[in-house]
Design a protein around this ligand. Structure first.
Ligand code: GTR
Length: 416
């Protein structure tokens, strides 16, 4: 009993508190220089340097997204005009790829504000499915594989009624809709279940000529690549929906899905704003800083997220030709927002700030200001112009404070 209580405590504490062998000492983060952005002019950046860096991210970090996945098909399966007490219209859209029948497809939930025509839209994947994002009792329960969670009511790897609304604090739908924005979301596990062999049931096996016996090679895509592909298909659908302004899409994601929103934003310029919430290692945090999670830790725990080559930088991040400031720079000159949480040392808040700071010179090429400050700001003090940044009080999570900044940021950049 004592042992299991201790283990339970240890397991939950591990999420945020120092782990043995993990560095949390700022004096020991190392001082490997960052790869040079080699900046000349905006034109040279757009035509030459950006494509080079993009390719380096494909080869070394996330892998290439196949260009022959096939045309997606969109079916609106349900529409409710008085959702959320009349505040919004809610639609479900099933996205499939008819030429890849082995992939079961994805179910998008779209809320558009009834008071705003042609609304700008936040697009993001969820950890728990549409029924966990929404508090509305008539949202269909996801039937897909999920990570077991007593706390969230996931039993035998499937959602139960108890899972309804369990992610709603991370998706303050009413607050977003009242500000005149739409929200489009889907369960990330629809695209690929998030476990080492999840790809066998997801899009990647359906697309690969070797199917479930594929041996992934350097440069080929991982789960983050597949999830990002899903975000772009949601963007495709949104171009066809008259209630959404398809020219104003903001991609957002938390944690591993923040890594995903960054890679989606790098690949798809239709995401006019790119938001990383606590994305950490393999996302906005500089990999050359040995603080919190490292390349060695993440590639051991989650090899399936990345292209195999990324694991070769375990313990030698400095050998990788890219770092996170270059990932943020791939968004330029589009506005990007990086958020940290003050207790989320695992994600290396300073490393997340610095990627924004060191990406800022690329924005300057376009005559735009990036984060605009040299040092990380005080807790709960948002900064930045074309690169927003804050470090919010609290834990690894998405809160109303985070959303308030994203809504302000989008409203500021997209004022009509
Ligand atoms: C952690 C992982 C982080 C982050 C997080 C999450 O276990 O080490 O990189 O992605 O999961 O997605 O919640």
């Amino acid at each position: 009993m004592r042992t299991s209580l201790f283990l339970l405590f240890a397991a939950s504490a591990l999420a945020q508190t120092p782990r043995p062998g993990v560095n949390y000492d700022e004096t020991k983060v190392g001082n490997d220089p960052l790869p040079d952005l080699k900046l000349t002019t905006a034109e040279d950046w757009t035509n030459k340097r950006r494509p080079e860096i993009f390719k380096l991210f494909e080869e070394n970090v996330y892998g290439r997204t196949p260009t022959d996945v096939g045309a997606a098909k969109f079916e609106v399966t349900a529409t409710k005009k008085d959702a959320l007490g009349g505040l919004a219209t809610r639609k479900f859209i099933h996205i499939s790829v008819p030429s890849r029948p082995a992939w079961p497809g994805m179910d998008v939930m779209l809320y558009t504000p009834n008071a705003t025509k042609n609304a700008a839209c936040f697009v993001g994947l969820s950890f728990g499915g549409n029924h966990a994002v929404s508090t509305e009792a008539d949202v269909p329960l996801s039937t897909r594989w999920m990570r077991e969670s007593k706390e969230k009511g996931v039993v035998d790897h499937h959602a139960t009624e108890a899972t309804r609304g369990t992610e709603s604090s991370r998706w303050p739908l009413e607050m977003i809709l009242k500000r005149g924005f739409a929200v489009a979301t889907a369960y990330y596990g629809d695209i690929e279940p998030d476990r080492a062999d999840g790809w066998k049931e997801g899009l990647r096996a359906a697309v690969s000529p070797e199917g479930a016996s594929t041996v992934w090679k350097d440069g080929e895509w991982g789960a983050i690549g597949a999830w990002s592909w899903g975000l772009s298909r949601i963007a495709d659908y949104l171009q066809t929906d008259a209630q959404v302004d398809g020219k104003h899409l903001a991609v957002i994601g938390h944690s591993r899905l923040g890594k995903t929103s960054l890679w989606a934003g790098a690949q798809d310029a239709r995401f006019g704003i790119v938001i990383s919430n606590d994305s950490g290692e393999g996302g906005a945090a500089l990999m050359r800083r040995d603080f919190g999670e490292t390349t060695a830790i993440i590639t051991k725990a989650f090899p399936h997220w990345f292209t195999p080559k990324y694991a070769s930088y375990a313990g030698k991040a400095a050998a990788c030709p890219v770092d996170a400031h270059m990932l943020i720079a791939l968004m330029a000159p589009r506005p990007a927002y990086i958020a940290s949480a003050a207790e989320d040392h695992w994600a290396d808040q300073k490393g997340e700030f610095l990627s924004g700071k060191y990406a800022s010179p690329v924005y300057a090429l376009f005559g735009k200001k990036g984060v605009g400050v040299e040092e990380p700001p005080a807790i709960d003090q948002p900064v930045g112009n074309f690169i927003g940044y804050h470090n919010r009080t609290g834990k690894h999570d998405v809160t109303d404070f985070d959303w308030t900044q994203y809504l302000n940021f989008a409203a500021r950049h997209w004022a009509k």
